[in-house]
Design a protein around this ligand. Structure first.
Ligand code: NAG
Ligand code: NAG
Ligand code: NAG
Length: 395
């Protein structure tokens, strides 16, 4: 153990030596000594690391390194000791991941509508569902007023609801309520969260196969170094949530059954976000749990299990506080085709540089179209959308 404690000091000395190169003009012998030290450093590191544990990040195997395989800064000697609650949480999550997926005879996709009241696109959704009975189920969480339904697929599908305030944790609580209700049906294998301004951009069979034939959840998750990303992180989230793990992503997820159960099982991280990611925090800061809890949680606990993009299209390209809302004059065949065939997902950062990171929508190395649904659409667009839906081949 002594050796382990001693070696960060050794690295420090080495870094001081290497770092001082620019300041003092080194003579040749000093150079050689430095070189010998560097070689020794590599040999010792190679010796120590594989001996510790085969599963930890090896010095020469950058692939299993979270840090991306760079040599500096030196890897921490000891990772943080997990709290009891964290260990318990990991046990539950790992067990759930181990035993799923369980196949049922006719798996269903659960469509979870989070809305203040009536759904303006119910007629369009009715057309979407028609003829696919038994392969889907519908749940409606209406937070403000009791919806008036016009489609039998929606009739009687309202669940118990509570008021939802924009940006507050009540939004995430409503999402959890929808998941819980939908989990009661064992045939529901994939869960899609939708809002009242969402529309389908593909036909049912395409959506069904897309979601059920992949083993991932489509949860958006990316690093935004700017004020509306990492700027919302507060250190009260420590020790469970470190800044390096903090992620941003669209609220509109779709997830596998095992992930929905994991969300039900989680109180540790949910409570952290409930208390420390909310509007009007100290220092005049705003954090919105619906944009951070699930992207951060799954990035930490099952990063390979999420696709990192949302299957619900939204247009942030105008760079405003809210995304573009489509009006009736925007709707035409070309727009719908464009949305349906996009195969790269853009992520906008909120820092001064306002960079856009474009990543291909890829699973197992094969590219696919990113989107099954789209938002935000004004109710006035429905008639035109129904015409296109009835007539065209793109959906
Ligand atoms: C990737 O391929 C492997 C092996 O073929 C398969 O088991 C896995 O489910 C695939 N992953 C996804 C996300 O489809
Ligand atoms: C999603 O991102 C995480 C973190 O960057 C990565 O580990 C994971 O492999 C990504 N998921 C897929 C399906 O590529
Ligand atoms: C299909 O398109 C034609 C011509 O573009 C239009 O007249 C017709 O009403 C459309 N069908 C439906 C069901 O909307």
């Amino acid at each position: 153990m002594k050796k382990e404690l001693a070696w960060p000091q050794f690295i420090q000395n080495l870094l001081i030596m290497v770092g001082s190169r620019h300041r003092s003009h080194l003579k040749r012998p000093t150079w050689i000594i430095a070189l010998v030290f560097i070689v020794c450093f590599f040999l010792i590191a190679a010796y120590i690391y594989p001996l510790r544990s085969p599963s930890t990040c090896s010095f020469f195997n950058s692939e299993s390194c979270g840090a991306g395989g760079t040599i500096s800064p030196p890897p921490p000697v000891k990772t943080r000791e997990l709290t009891d609650a964290e260990v318990e949480s990991r046990v539950v999550i790992n067990e759930i991941l181990k035993y799923y997926p369980v196949q049922t005879k006719v798996p269903k996709v659960a469509f979870l509508f989070l809305t203040p009241g009536s759904l303006p696109f119910e007629k369009l959704w009715h057309m979407f569902f028609e003829g696919h009975e038994g392969k889907f189920s519908v749940y409606v969480h209406a937070s403000k007023e009791k919806p008036v339904h016009i489609s039998p697929y929606f009739e009687g599908r309202d669940i118990h609801s509570e008021p939802v305030a924009w940006g507050k944790v009540s939004m995430v609580e409503a999402e959890r309520r929808l998941l819980a209700n939908a989990l009661l049906d064992p045939d529901n294998q994939h869960f899609v969260l939708l809002s009242e301004s969402c529309i389908p951009v593909r036909r049912f069979d395409f959506v069904y196969n897309y979601l059920l034939l992949t083993s991932v959840s489509f949860i958006d998750s990316y690093v935004d170094p700017g004020p509306h990303g990492n700027g919302r992180y507060v250190e009260h989230m420590l020790p469970e949530v470190e800044k390096k793990d903090f992620r941003k992503g669209s609220q509109w997820f779709s997830m596998k059954r095992q992930h929905a159960i994991i969300v039900m099982a989680d109180s540790l991280y949910f409570t952290k976000f409930k208390h420390h990611c909310r509007p009007n925090m100290e220092g005049n800061r705003n954090c919105y749990s619906d944009e951070h809890y699930l992207p951060t949680f799954f990035n930490m606990l099952d990063p390979g299990g999420i696709a990192n993009w949302s299957v619900t299209y939204v247009d942030w390209s105008e760079g405003k506080w809210h995304p573009k809302s489509f009006r009736v004059h925007d709707i035409n065949y070309q727009l719908m085709k464009k949305i349906a065939y996009i195969d790269e997902s853009p992520h906008y950062t909120s820092d001064a540089k306002r960079t856009v990171v474009i990543t291909p929508c890829e699973i197992n190395g094969s590219k696919r179209s990113c989107y099954l649904f789209a938002r935000k659409f004004y109710p006035e667009t429905q008639v035109k959308l129904i015409q296109l839906f009835a007539n065209s081949t793109i959906f």
